[in-house]
Design a protein around this ligand. Structure first.
Ligand code: PLP
Length: 402
């Protein structure tokens, strides 16, 4: 069963509105997705019906919050097929999850962290920042087809303590062969942290099948509220991490000089939490599971193929030539035209929301002597008509700037 895009679109208030008498064509989904009314209503429910704190207060409202956050974590557990809800830590985004591991993992001087040449700054800078501890960062050259297992194997050695890789690139949409990567890393004795910001919202992700040690993702890239994310860790892997940000809710007891910490996830969830966010995120996960990620993935790939064919020979696409290997991301340059100029023109002409620049993957663009690219990223509510409009408007814009 495929997607019923027409029905899905009715759930998104912004898609019912017009700006300057034209609908919004939203292609900035890799940055942040739109939210359906179900998620918006769930957040409103928290603020109107039980706007209290969780895991502390024994009154009715506090108990209702506990009930709702428990349900949300159970849903998210199911969403990635974790073994226990206690393996999920609420964060404010992917970035926070990655920083938590970087700062709380028991690295020794000389340990190597291995990434790719296409890491988002959020999975690059945290490793650069721990260089003073003697941790060395290295990366695998991806090559033209998205990822090279050969290059990966060549970079692996016994010093590689952690393989920390982007699962699906926000720059070109290509994915690493994640099962093989995890298996090879484990055979080498390395643990694996996956930056799943662009994977979890779009493809089926089963942490147990993948055997990932840690995996981070953001709620706002999967129709959840802003400022929400999850760091998943296997029970044993989370046990390796020391508390990072500490405070209320992280301890069983404390004296003026000592503290006895809780187990995960509590020891990592310091202070009052974003309850409305977590509850809304659970609703977003439910929405995605109802639609089905296989359907979402197929739909995005179809749109990407359509756009790639429509603009063949007119733009230089970043990433694998085969659109089927770029999921829902179409990242391109048009000769020497400034990517920002293209994005602004399309916004002005037809309300087409694109992203332009280095997409926080400056390292890759610098290594390739490029200023950046224009990126259209698709999601379940986008249509072929919107893609057609995009291709036609882009052709017009390129004629104007030439
Ligand atoms: C691959 C990837 N990793 C990490 C991030 C950072 O996500 P956030 O800003 O939600 O922390 C992004 C955001 O675009 C991303 O695409």
């Amino acid at each position: 069963m495929g997607l019923n895009t027409e029905k899905i679109r009715q759930d998104f208030p912004i898609l019912q509105k017009k700006v300057n008498n034209k609908p919004i064509i939203y292609f900035d989904n890799a940055c942040m997705t739109l939210r359906p009314i179900q998620v918006i209503d769930k957040i409103r429910e928290y603020y109107t019906d039980y706007p209290a704190c969780g895991e502390r207060s024994l009154h009715k409202l506090g108990r209702r919050v506990d009930e709702e956050i428990g349900k949300a974590k159970e849903t998210l557990k199911k969403f990635i097929n974790a073994k226990n809800a206690s393996e999920l830590i609420l964060t404010k985004n992917t970035t926070e999850g990655l920083n938590l591991v970087a700062n709380a993992f028991p690295f020794k001087p000389g340990d190597v962290v291995l990434g790719t040449d296409k890491e988002h700054n959020s999975n690059l800078l945290p490793w650069q920042r721990i260089a003073p501890k003697g941790v060395v960062y290295d990366y695998v050259e991806s090559g033209d087809d998205g990822f090279s297992l050969e290059n990966f194997k060549q970079k692996l050695n016994k010093k590689v303590r952690l393989v920390a890789m982007v699962m699906t690139s926000n720059m070109d949409g290509s994915s690493i062969p994640v099962k093989e990567v995890v298996k090879i890393a484990h055979d080498n004795g390395s643990l694996v942290l996956l930056d799943a910001a662009q994977a979890v919202p779009h493809h089926e992700v089963d942490v147990r099948k993948l055997d990932a040690d840690f995996l981070a993702f953001s709620g706002h890239k999967m129709m959840g509220p802003t400022g929400t994310g999850i760091l998943y860790g296997k029970e044993h892997s989370l046990g390796l991490l020391s508390p990072y940000i500490v405070g209320g809710g992280t301890v069983i007891d404390s004296t003026h000089t000592t503290a006895k910490y809780e187990e995960a996830p509590h020891k990592f969830e310091a202070g009052l939490q974003h309850y409305a966010g977590l509850i809304g995120l659970g609703e977003a996960a439910n929405y995605i599971m109802r639609v089905g990620r296989d359907n979402i993935e197929k739909h995005e790939t179809t749109l990407n193929k359509f756009v790639t064919d429509s603009l063949a020979g007119m733009v230089d696409v970043i990433g694998p030539k085969d659109a089927g290997k770029r999921s829902g991301i179409f990242s391109f340059n048009a000769g020497s035209t400034d990517p920002h100029e293209i994005a602004m023109m399309l916004d002005q002409m037809e309300n087409i929301c694109l992203r332009s620049g280095a997409h926080c993957v400056h390292s890759w663009f610098n290594a390739h002597n490029l200023r950046g690219s224009v990126r259209a990223s698709f999601y379940l509510y986008n249509t072929q008509e919107e893609c057609q409009k995009f291709a036609e408007t882009l052709k017009m814009a390129l004629k104007i700037v030439k």
